[in-house]
Design a protein around this ligand. Structure first.
Ligand code: NAD
Length: 410
């Protein structure tokens, strides 16, 4: 029996795609190398915060299957690759893309559309993916269609979903682009066709680099303002009233997650190897990487006002990488814990999304209810900030959300 879609990689990106495709009436199979992920989905359990179990049940009802076996590729009209693209020693790691591609190549049949959604540097789809896919003897652009379409999943975003976020597509040939656009047109409200593969690949890197650079700018501004006795939050409030030419960003304890600290390094690495500049990205990465240490030093200065720093009790409020998600990947909270521990501080945490928090093999205990200092790292809607403010002697608020006489903002 033919399949409309096979999705490789059933994580934060692949699972929402599979869910949307099932809802649109497509026949979908998901392939993942993780037996746990596959077994969980088959049993109706979601491992992705934004996707409730009932949605997995609806997908299974619609005929969705998850498997570790890539053979269903041989029956698919479209194959979309959504596997992780991380870093090893600061350099792009395309290992998962290459291994997914060789699994696809073994079963690929003529006429299939293969799309890469994983973030990577310009040239990846044509120079890295295509040769592996062609290893079975079929030629990209002639025997099968090849395209790149950057994912834009924003975990925890209640306003913009897969469906109402415009989808950029780029094809190896104009026909590949057309075929890819037609596939996504059935799933999303708006499809935007890029000039080619490289433009689609680079658009994604620009989007995330833009966020990184602007976050670094306001982080550095926050440090500057604290040193100049200027209220950075009021500066931001005033600047944000400009109706043109300004987009507000807010400072914080540093960036985390799978994209903002990672994707710009794909651009920087490619620039380095081509002898081209990526100065702003390198500087922005350095500025954001310095924020956990800065937050810890601000915490130390506040503690020193009320007593000795070694042995002082500090609770970190919200330790995931951003508000309203359960995702701990590259959370700046880890760096804050390390710096505070090095100062002899007793660190606990309070986060309804995190059952267990371990840093360098040592468990961070959950909050017992009082503390010398509370540091607000993420402002989860599910946290009663008022209760935190009442319970702590002093509050360091890195998000500009807490109010009270003893609240000090970043
Ligand atoms: N999650 C986001 O918000 C986000 C944002 C920006 C960019 N991205 C990009 O999206 C891509 C996917 O990221 P994600 O967040 O979905 O990752 P994830 O870790 O949530 O999921 C990836 C899944 O792929 C599976 N996998 C790994 N190798 C595989 C293989 N060879 N074949 C089949 N399955 C394989 C893993 O077991 C895992 O379940 C990455 O390129 C990432 O940089 C993600």
């Amino acid at each position: 029996m033919g399949l409309d879609l096979v999705v490789f990689g059933l994580g934060y990106v692949g699972l929402p795609l599979a869910r949307r495709a099932c809802a649109a009436g497509l026949s979908v199979t998901g392939v993942d190398v993780s037996r746990d992920v596959v077994a969980g989905l088959r049993a109706g359990r979601s491992h992705i915060g934004d996707i409730p179990d009932r949605d997995i049940a609806a997908m299974l009802d619609a005929g969705f299957t998850a498997t570790v076996n890539p053979a269903p590729v041989g029956a698919a009209d479209t194959v979309v690759i959504c596997v992780p693209t991380g870093l090893v020693d600061g350099e792009p790691d395309l290992g998962a893309v290459l291994s997914a591609a060789s699994a696809v190549a073994r079963h690929l049949r003529p006429g299939t559309l293969v799309v890469l959604e994983s973030t990577s540097y310009p040239g990846t789809t044509e120079e890295v993916l295509a040769p592996v896919l062609e290893s079975g003897g079929l030629v990209a652009g002639a025997d099968f269609h090849l395209a790149f379409s950057p994912e834009r999943i924003d975990p925890g975003n209640a306003e913009f979903s897969f469906e109402n976020t415009p989808k950029v597509v780029g094809g190896l040939t104009p026909v590949c682009a057309k075929r890819c656009a037609a596939f996504y047109e059935d799933l999303v409200d708006t499809v935007v066709v890029a000039a080619g593969l490289r433009e689609a690949e680079t658009a994604k890197l620009l989007e995330n680099s833009y966020r990184l650079v602007n976050i670094a700018l306001v982080d550095e501004l926050a440090v500057f303002c604290a040193g100049m006795d200027v209220d950075v939050w009021d500066v931001l409030r005033c600047a944000a009233t400009k109706p043109f030419g300004f987009q507000p960003f807010t400072p914080g304890p540093g960036v985390g997650g799978h994209c903002i600290p990672v994707d710009p390094q794909y651009l920087a690495s490619r620039a380095r190897s081509a002898g081209l500049p990526a100065t702003l990205i390198s500087t922005a990465l350095a500025v954001t990487a310095g924020m956990p240490g800065y937050v810890a030093r601000r915490a130390r200065d506040l503690l020193a006002r009320v007593g000795p720093v070694p042995g002082a009790r500090v609770v970190l409020v919200g330790v995931t990488y951003k508000a309203d998600v359960a995702d701990m990947r590259q959370s700046p909270a880890v760096g804050v814990v390390r710096h505070l521990r090095a100062m002899g501080v007793q660190v606990s945490y309070h986060d309804p999304y995190v059952d267990e928090f371990t840093v360098d093999g040592v468990r961070v205990p959950s909050w017992s209810g009082d503390a010398d200092l509370a540091v607000v790292l993420q402002d989860h809607r599910r946290v009663d900030l008022g209760a935190v403010v009442r319970a702590a002697r002093v509050v360091l608020d890195t998000r500009g959300v807490a109010v009270g006489d003893h609240v000090v903002r970043l």
